[in-house]
Design a protein around this ligand. Sequence first.
Ligand SMILES: *Cc1c(COP(=O)(O)O)cnc(C)c1O
Length: 466
Amino acid sequence: MTINQILFPTAQTRQAIDDRLSHKLEDMRKYIGERSVSPNIDLDKFRQSLMSQTFDQPEDLNRLMDWVMENLAHGMVHMTHPGCFGLFNPSPAFPAECADRIASAFNPQICVWSHAPVAVEIEKHVIAQIAHRAGLPEGSGGHFTSGGAEANNTAVICALTAAEPNYAEQGARAFAGQPRLYVSAESHLAWLKIAHMTGIGREAVRLIETDGQGQMNVQALEQAIKTDVASGDIPIMIAATAGTTNAGMVDPLHACADIAEHHALWYHVDAAWGGALIASAKYRSVLDGIERTDSITIDAHKWFATTMGAGMFLTQHTPVLAEAFRVAASYMPSSNVVDDLYVNSIQWSRRFVGLRLFLSLGAAGWSGYAAHVENSIDLIDRLIEKLTRAGWKHVNNSQMAVACFTPPTGAGPVEDHVERIVANGQSWVSIARFEGRAVMRACVTNGRTTKTDVDQLVRLLIESKS
Ligand SMILES: *Cc1c(COP(=O)(O)O)cnc(C)c1O
């Protein structure tokens, strides 16, 4: 075999490798529930084995893939395990996995409309449908991002660009004072990195106190804006969180919208995880007010359960995107520039990630996603009921599928319980801080999780009391 045939094998070889890989992956899926959810690998041994790979000799691809899959099987927190009550990362929907295969095989470059018009139009359509479902006005748009952090970053760049025409050329010094953005103390702290990256500095971020329930205190928000204005600072944006990462709490979206309107600030809602509730007629009201925003973050790779690396930025001010990300490059094919993603977003070369949501949403329909989110909420309600009955304290009043608990008095610190669950390997939960105290956090992130898995977690927790 020539080297070229290894990287670009003939149809027959390729098919054989592909079939074998499909079988191996199916085995993994079949047996994942019998494995430890959390890593149980000797990492020193693994690193030694890894160090011996110096890429000096070509090796058999099948053997290499076997080595990777065997180590992954024992070396990660398995989001595909039904006992995983994890952070917001999902067990991926199968149509999303199919989308990844299609995107890989065709490998369209979608940064320019003219290069892959069908792929670009599919993404655009999905974005428009999501924006419409969220309640944004006709003509709203946006794009797929690598995740929520990039979408939030995009929001800050838009807010700064909209607030100050000279920001594009002069950066932060274009402002007559220190720009400020307002988020709650329980928000996702990528805001700090974003402030750093956009050149306004981490001090630009005002972490507004919460009300004891994990929601932004709007009086404190008003006060902070007043104080900042009085001292010559320049308020730029309010970013409310709809579904905080630790506890699934929703800031008062209407009250924040009123304040943003009154001070003429950009209003963003970070609904990275919770945004999926737009699918459910039963729970849509939890997001009431989200339709009043200038921009929204919703991740496809959280509650919409696509594979990792798929977020969305939605806005009703698409011309601001064109202003914020404009550039002219002589080597880029000229085309329908309005739709070219490289002049409307942070990324340049782009993967066709939107196909994941197109296929998942297409195959399941909104009703399928409604069932998906409602089922995870039902399971969390069951967990709350059973643990509360066993003396655990449920501390977050969220309507989403995440619950935070503290153990019964005398049952030892919450860290011990979580450590024991993780070490046991049948379930996975995490430690989080909610309103200043350590809590056990459990979130249903796997569409295959059942009542039996919830009951098992309860049993393990109650046993751990002794
Ligand atoms: C997860 C999350 C983010 C960050 O999103 P990534 O997809 O991890 O980049 C931002 N905000 C909230 C509320 C989140 O839950």
